[in-house]
Design a protein around this ligand. Sequence first.
Ligand code: FES
Length: 250
Amino acid sequence: IDYGTPARQSESQVTLEIDGQTVTVPEGTSVMRAAMEAGIDIPKLCASDSLEPYGSCRLCMVEIEGKGGYPASCTLPAAQDMQVRTQSEKLNQLRSGVVELYLSDHPGESVTGEGSGDDELLQVADKLGVKEVRYPSGRNHQDAEVDVSNPYFAFDPTRCIVCSRCVRACNEVQGTFALTVDGRGFGSMISAGTDQDDFLNSECVSCGACVQACPTEALLEKEVAEQGVPEESVVTTCAYCGVGCSFQAE
Ligand code: FES
């Protein structure tokens, strides 16, 4: 299970109510993590428990009793006596609208399998029952070329929702700082940050942290794109140095 945000350590605990369920968590824990630990699933795309919360996708909106608006649960710290609702008609409507906007600039099909495959955006769309996109296609990136310069993985901008999970994985997990977000608004896109603008000529060390982090198959191992997701795999860790790179045999 990915709990959405990292676990927090604290001697103080807070008790709150989520969908009528009483939950106690260490102070500093996000509402999203508190809910997920209690078995309550909240839709998410930009959050991961290996990365600090960022709040870019807006899918994890919740309602807080006595407060206005729809805050993102991944960036909202749980507070004593807070009363949270994760499901309502309004929340479903808002989340579906957000998903439709993403899908308006997305191919709408998985690369890795039938239906939604490994594409978390398509999986969330399925769960929310989004069948049609009411918005005209932005098609900002639909003519963009796939960057196949890296020998191990490809970057397809047509699938990218700019959630920044890859950028944060590159920075927070690997400490390489090879990726950034270039541009603004609908024109924004992940960039390897070089004049040549491809992965091969960037600071990328091919560690694969960005590929692991990507929720939409925009960054995908070439083998997986060509042959599909392996049914079985063995992961071993090389003992040659202290980095801890893993090798996967299929
Ligand atoms: Fe909270 Fe994306 S998961 S904003």
